[in-house]
Design a protein around this ligand. Structure first.
Ligand code: GRF
Length: 190
């Protein structure tokens, strides 16, 4: 599921295709018709489904439609790869322990949509990204993988985002692997 550029979505597809992750990305769900993720999915040959949040009356209704749509697919995981909507219990209940989010901070610090700006404002020397299982509270839930990056004095939100994104692309496939190991779908690490 993606709302924006879709670089994490593409990283996940590439990890599967390179056999770094024994999985297939079967579908992209977006909530914006013209987001970059859609273009990437077209280039990668992955079907896309659009659920425009502006066309529904509530967050629950959006999630209900998505769950109904995905019901026919035999999915092990749903990955929020830059899904900029607050999800509800409807989605959580449909994919318990199987809903993964990626967030551009070292959680539990800097939750929410402006995590990179908040990290800069706070003056932290280290930031990073977190892939986690989703709980009801925004940007919370059991942590699967984190990566740290330095924050440089010269950093702007753009330069820090670039450094964090590179790590997100690395840890998101690892997080899916770890989530699969937790459920016994893949062998656990020794
Ligand atoms: C990422 O920074 C992710 O952590 C956040 O949204 C951004 C999505 O980037 N939730 P992209 O669309 O994958 O390029």
């Amino acid at each position: 599921m993606a709302s924006g550029e879709g670089s994490n979505f593409e990283a996940l597809v590439n990890a599967c295709r390179a056999d770094h992750l024994p999985a297939d990305v079967v579908q992209l769900v977006v909530n914006r018709p013209q987001c970059g993720a859609v273009e990437r999915a077209e280039r990668l040959g992955i079907p896309t489904a659009l659920f425009d949040h502006r066309a529904v009356s509530s967050r629950e209704e959006l999630d209900r439609r998505i769950v109904a749509h995905l019901d026919g697919e035999q999915l092990d995981f749903v990955v929020m790869a830059g899904w900029m909507r607050i999800v509800t219990d409807v989605l959580l209940a449909a994919y318990p322990q199987r809903l993964i989010n990626i967030h551009p901070s070292l959680l539990p610090s800097f939750r929410g949509a402006k995590a990179i700006e908040q990290a800069l404002e706070a003056g932290v020397c280290i930031s990073g990204c977190t892939a986690h299982l989703v709980a009801l509270e925004v940007d919370s839930g059991p942590i699967l993988v984190q990566a740290a990056v330095p924050v440089l004095e010269s950093d702007t939100a753009e330069t820090l985002a670039e450094r964090i994104h590179a790590q997100e692309h690395r840890i998101l496939p690892l997080a899916v692997q770890r989530a699969a190991q937790r459920l016994g779908l893949l062998p656990a690490l020794p």
